[in-house]
Design a protein around this ligand. Sequence first.
Ligand SMILES: *Cc1c(COP(=O)(O)O)cnc(C)c1O
Length: 232
Amino acid sequence: MEIPEAIETIQERIQKACARSGRKAEDVRLMGVSKFHEPPAIEAAWKAGIRLFGESRVQEAASKFPGFKAGHPETELHMIGSLQRNKAKIVTGLFDAVESVDRDELIAELGRLTGGQKNPTINPLMILLEYHTAEDSKSGYPDVDSLFRAAEAALGFPGLVLRGLMTMAPLTRDEAAIRASFRAMVSAQGALAARFPAVDWSCLSMGMSGDFEIAIEEGSTLVRIGTAIFNP
Ligand SMILES: *Cc1c(COP(=O)(O)O)cnc(C)c1O
């Protein structure tokens, strides 16, 4: 399958998953995870309608996306991989959001780079807190209490715009285990919304090539698809 056909197939599967779960297809965003793929593939995905891309390595994104974004100004780029503090400066200059915020020292650094506690920059950075809901993944905040503390920390920086949560489900065929991971996200979102009602917690980034339909049934608003778009 070519990239445009693969994207069309995924969009149909998203629509069906939405229909089954009484949701609207517009409420689920499709991200093309373009890590390991070169600009011509990214261009093909763009032509087929993808505007949101995800990259997991700063260096790789920095070599591909400045040029691409210049030629395609509507591009939105999210960081989805583990981020070292010394690369945070490149990230704030290139990415529109960091979904993989997984520790408080990273919040402090991103907050500092977006203007500190009193002087937000003109370009705020959207962030999602990564929640560790499955043993296979190494990153993410381990529990709801640590998410509360992270939210508190992020709210101290006006340049950071907190929008929700991101997770990776276990890499397994055990559907019950995958659903448990996504349900833990929805439950954490509810707890955070009760504790911080002024924050818009609406973004639930969950679901990849192997499990995005389950994620949509459980309430995902953003699915991150790599393999099924770029190597179908
Ligand atoms: C690579 C990656 C994806 C995409 O995974 P596929 O299974 O290729 O769709 C999604 N999210 C994160 C955090 C990733 O690193």
